[in-house]
Structures are given as structure tokens and as C-alpha cells.
Write a new protein. Structure first.
Length: 551
């Protein structure tokens, strides 16, 4: 019996050490080491194709940001108010407060539906086919938006449009995170935040361009730009390859290698073979720590949410979810309401739209600057100090309400531009990087979907209270005090719970979470130590089992 016990120990050690069928472990480890040590200039050259394809997928976020920004921008748009508003006692047309709240809320509810469908759809169809189907559906739903004869029809259109928008929110960062090398991963995931800003900037520019029109085409032409996005992005996604991880999780190793040829430098089959070994090793590590998983069909994929609330994955889901929740309650929701807030503070309609052009400009500048900031500091540090800076900006924004005359509007407008700069320098882009990196590979789609779902649910509250702050409670820019408090609480959570993921591979993060390391103590050196300790323990176990068997 003792002999059998030793035989089993030896066999288990051999299984643990032996390279899984289909790839060489040593090659996989060499690729992982090479990625950690590569210079950034070399990474840009090696991942040139990855960058192009990731940008194609992230273009869907530009489309979503554009569509959502139009909702609130049109609330103070004269032609839009005449079409869908009611005549008030002051002789002016206004959108009723309940519709101001309901239109974006329905878009968010639609996004919740889309987000919840992602694990099932991507498990069955993959990222590429899912996005193409949703782009086609979005183009159909835009017909209802474009020809809406009543605000009720417009509300239905936004609910339906929210469904494809929700899928884009999960798929774009997931695709970039899976394919990018270690050093490029934060940039390609945070690029999604800039895509939001680009969408907002385009919406602000187009609404400004058609502001002077007195007919319905003043708002219908901006709506029509959504079809341009659908066509351009449809072609770009059609020409993009599927994620090799999806092929590997379905046992299609040859398909994964053929797909990788489209990603690696010069289309080298040798580099594709090495990269495939690296990806297979990541998945094998997941299977050893989390167990086998069936996701061959749609019904199996519906149970994808259950594992993310168990064991180590529960911690990862909690951190990813609260990280995205902080982004929802940090005051970013008032950026879309900028013209309305400025007008409430005494600024003219024309001036409010003019200064609103600077808001997405500040956001774009902040996001681009964040890429350089991430090369120097960890995401955890940037996130924490970003929240502190935003808290100060929001307090000053609130104090603008005590300034007399037009100075109040200009002070609030200037401070909102500074707030937007800090937001898109820190919390805005870093959220995408953290949420994309924290989940394990096989649980990534489900974890990001759950986290984004919480974000959307909390954002529904924002969409209810923001119109109340403006129209009912008459807070105006005093809303800054409320969101400043939320930022402060987010900074406290960040200090204690959000980990540093800078320079840590997916397997390294697995090791840190598995060993119960405090999020405050995460770093690449500790991950390497745990990896070495595990290798030594495995070597020792094998030697002891072999020695015992010989005796």
C-alpha cells in the first residue's frame, strides 16, 4: 500500500512537470520571459498587427460614446426641444424631466441586457462574429431612432441600441487584453477610454455644427452618422481575426496557430508556434488551478457566471466590480451634462456649447498623457492619486455656485475641464486596464461582464439623480459636493483593495491571488518568487517520490 502511495505521488509529479500535449513548456516560459524583458520599442514592432486589430474592435466604443453623448447634448438643443419637448409657461420648449431621465436609463438597461449576453455569445460564436451581428442589429435599430416621431419611439430606439452597445463594452477590452504583450496591454486597454472621449468629441463637434439649423435635420443628421460607424466598423471587424484563445478553448490548436500568423511579426510560422505555446501554457495553468470547464455550447456558457463568485475568483470579481463602480460614482456622469450645468450657472447657450468643446479635448489630452504616466507609475498609484485630485476639483466645482454673475458659469466650466483632464489621466483609462487584467483568462469575459453590469446598474442611479439635481432639487453645480464625497470613499477602497498589476503576467497574477497575497503587496518580484518557489517544490516532490520508489 505504501508502494502504491509513492507510485501515485511520483505519477502526479510527473504529470505536473510533463509538458501538456501539443506544446513545449520551455518554449512557453521563454516567451513569457522575453515579453517581460523586451524594450517598449521592440514591443511596438512585435505587436504592430495586434495594435491594428485591437483598434478595429475598440472603434465600437467610439460609436457607443458618440451615441450616448448625443442624448444629453440634445436636451438643450432648440430643434430637438421643439420636436420632443412641451411648451412651458415661459414660452420655451423643454424636454420633460422624466424623459430626460428615461432616455439614457433605457439605453443603460439595454446595455445591461447586452453585457449579460456576452459570455454566452462569445463562448458560442467568438468575439468577431458577436460584434458583427451586433453591428448589424445596431444599424437596424438606428432606423427607429432616425425616424422617431415621438419621444416614446426615441426611448424604444435607445433601449434597443443599448443591447449592442453593452456587448461592445466587454468585448473590446477583452480582445485587447488577450492579445497584447505585457508592456502594451495597459495602453491598448486604456485606449478604450480615449475611444469614449473621441465619441464624445465627435458628438460635441457635430451638434455644434448643426446648432444653427431650425429644422429637424439639425438633430436627424447627427443621428445618421451612426450608420457611417456601422459600415466602417463592419468592414474593419470582418477583416480582423478571431482571438486565438477562443480557438484554443475549443480545442482548435491548428486554427489558433493559423490565426496567430496574422498577429505575429512578419507572419512568421515559428513565432506563431511559440506564441501558441505561451497561450496554451496560460490556459493549462488556469485548468490546474480552477478545474476543467465545459463551454462547448450556448447552454453551457449560461453557467459561466457561477464560478466567478467562488474561491479566488470571488476576490477578483469583487475588485474588478468595485473598480468599475468607482468609475461610475466618481462624478464622470456630470461630464455629459456639461452644457446644462453651465447654463444653470448663468452661461449662454452658445457659450455653453463652445466651452463644451474643450471638455472632450481635455479628456483626450489626459488619456494620451496617461500612457506615459503608466510607464513610470503603477495603475494602483495613478488610480489612488487621481481620485484625490478629482475630489479637490469637484469641491471647487461645487463652490462655483457661490460666485455671483457670469463668473459662476465660467468658473464651473473651467473646473469641469480640469476635472475631465484628471479623470481621463487617471481613473477613466486605468479602470479599463485594471478590470481587463484582474480576471483569469478563462473567466475574463464573465468577470468583465459582471463588473460592467454593476457599473451600468449604478449608472442608472446617476441618470435618475442628475436630472433631479438640475431640474427638481435645483442643485446645479452644487452636485460637485455629492460626487466629491463619492470620490473620497473610492480612494479609501483603492488604498486597501486594488492591487498593482504593472509588469505582472496573467500567470503571475494567478499565483498572487492563489497564495492569498494582500492586494497592497502585489508586484512582479513577488510573483516571480512564488513561481520559483512552486518550481522548486515540484522538483523536490519529484525527487523524493523517485528516491522512495527506488528504496
Amino acid at each position: 500500500m505504501s508502494r502504491n502511495k509513492h507510485d501515485n505521488a511520483a505519477n502526479m509529479s510527473e504529470v505536473e512537470r510533463a509538458p501538456p500535449e501539443g506544446y513545449d513548456v520551455q518554449i512557453a516560459l521563454a516567451v513569457e520571459k522575453r515579453e517581460r524583458e523586451m524594450k517598449f520599442s521592440d514591443v511596438l514592432e512585435a505587436d504592430r498587427r495586434v495594435i491594428v486589430y485591437a483598434l478595429c474592435f475598440s472603434g465600437t466604443i467610439i460609436m457607443e460614446g458618440f451615441g450616448l453623448a448625443l442624448i444629453t447634448l440634445f436636451y438643450s438643443y432648440p430643434t430637438f426641444q421643439r420636436k420632443y419637448g412641451v411648451l412651458g409657461d415661459d414660452g420655451k420648449y423643454n424636454i420633460e424631466v422624466h424623459w430626460k431621465a428615461l432616455l439614457p436609463i433605457l439605453a443603460q438597461i439595454g446595455s445591461l441586457v447586452g453585457v449579460s449576453l456576452v459570455p454566452a455569445l462569445t463562448a458560442r460564436l467568438g468575439y468577431k462574429k458577436t460584434v458583427l451581428i451586433m453591428l448589424a442589429l445596431g444599424a437596424v435599430f438606428m432606423c427607429l431612432q432616425f425616424w422617431a416621431s415621438s419621444v416614446g419611439m426615441l426611448a424604444g430606439a435607445y433601449f434597443l441600441l443599448g443591447i449592442p452597445w453593452g456587448t461592445f463594452q466587454v468585448i473590446s477590452p477583452s480582445y485587447a487584453s488577450e492579445l497584447a504583450s505585457l508592456q502594451l496591454r495597459p495602453i491598448l486597454t486604456t485606449w478604450n477610454n480615449l475611444c469614449w472621449v473621441i465619441g464624445q468629441f465627435l458628438a460635441a463637434g457635430i451638434t455644434k455644427a448643426f446648432e444653427s439649423r431650425t429644422d429637424e435635420w439639425g438633430f436627424r443628421i447627427p443621428f445618421a452618422f451612426g450608420w457611417v460607424f456601422s459600415v466602417v466598423l463592419g468592414v474593419a471587424i470582418f477583416l480582423s481575426p478571431e482571438s486565438p484563445y477562443w480557438h484554443l478553448q475549443h480545442g482548435r490548436v491548428s486554427a489558433a496557430k493559423n490565426t496567430l500568423i496574422k498577429f505575429v511579426r512578419r507572419g512568421s510560422p515559428e513565432l506563431a508556434e511559440e506564441k501558441c505555446a505561451f497561450m496554451q501554457h496560460q490556459l493549462e495553468h488556469d485548468k490546474k488551478t480552477q478545474g476543467a470547464e465545459k463551454k462547448s455550447g450556448l447552454s453551457d456558457a449560461l453557467s459561466a457566471y457561477t464560478p466567478i463568485f467562488k474561491g479566488v475568483d470571488r476576490t477578483r470579481t469583487e475588485i474588478a466590480s468595485i473598480t468599475w463602480l468607482i468609475q461610475a460614482v466618481c462624478g464622470s456622469s456630470i461630464i455629459g451634462w456639461a452644457p446644462t450645468f453651465f447654463q444653470e450657472a448663468g452661461m449662454s447657450v452658445s457659450d455653453s456649447y463652445s466651452i463644451n468643446m474643450a471638455v472632450p479635448g481635455a479628456g483626450a489630452l489626459g488619456t494620451i498623457a496617461s500612457w506615459f504616466l503608466m510607464n513610470r507609475y503603477s495603475g494602483r498609484v495613478i488610480y489612488f492619486y487621481g481620485l484625490l485630485s478629482m475630489t479637490i476639483c469637484l469641491l471647487i466645482f461645487g463652490f462655483a455656485s457661490f460666485v455671483k454673475g457670469n463668473g459662476s458659469g465660467w468658473m464651473a466650466g473651467g473646473m469641469l475641464c480640469v476635472f475631465t483632464l484628471f479623470y481621463d489621466l487617471t481613473v477613466g483609462p486605468i479602470t479599463y486596464a485594471l478590470v481587463s487584467e484582474i480576471p483569469s483568462i478563462r473567466r475574463r469575459a464573465a468577470t468583465i461582464s459582471a463588473a460592467r453590469g454593476l457599473y451600468l446598474a449604478v449608472n442608472l442611479v446617476n441618470m435618475v439623480i442628475n436630472p433631479l439635481m438640475v431640474d427638481t432639487w435645483k442643485w446645479g453645480v452644487k452636485a460637485g459636493f455629492f460626487y466629491a464625497a463619492c470620490c473620497g470613499l473610492g480612494a479609501v477602497y483603492t488604498f486597501f483593495r486594488i492591487p498593482d498589476t504593472k509588469g505582472i503576467s496573467a500567470r503571475g497574477l494567478d499565483l498572487l491571488f492563489e497564495n492569498g497575497i494582500s492586494p497592497r503587496a502585489f508586484n512582479a518580484e513577488r510573483a516571480a518568487m512564488l513561481d520559483n518557489s512552486r518550481a522548486i517544490a515540484s522538483e523536490t516532490s519529484l525527487e523524493k517520490a523517485t528516491t522512495t520508489e527506488r528504496h
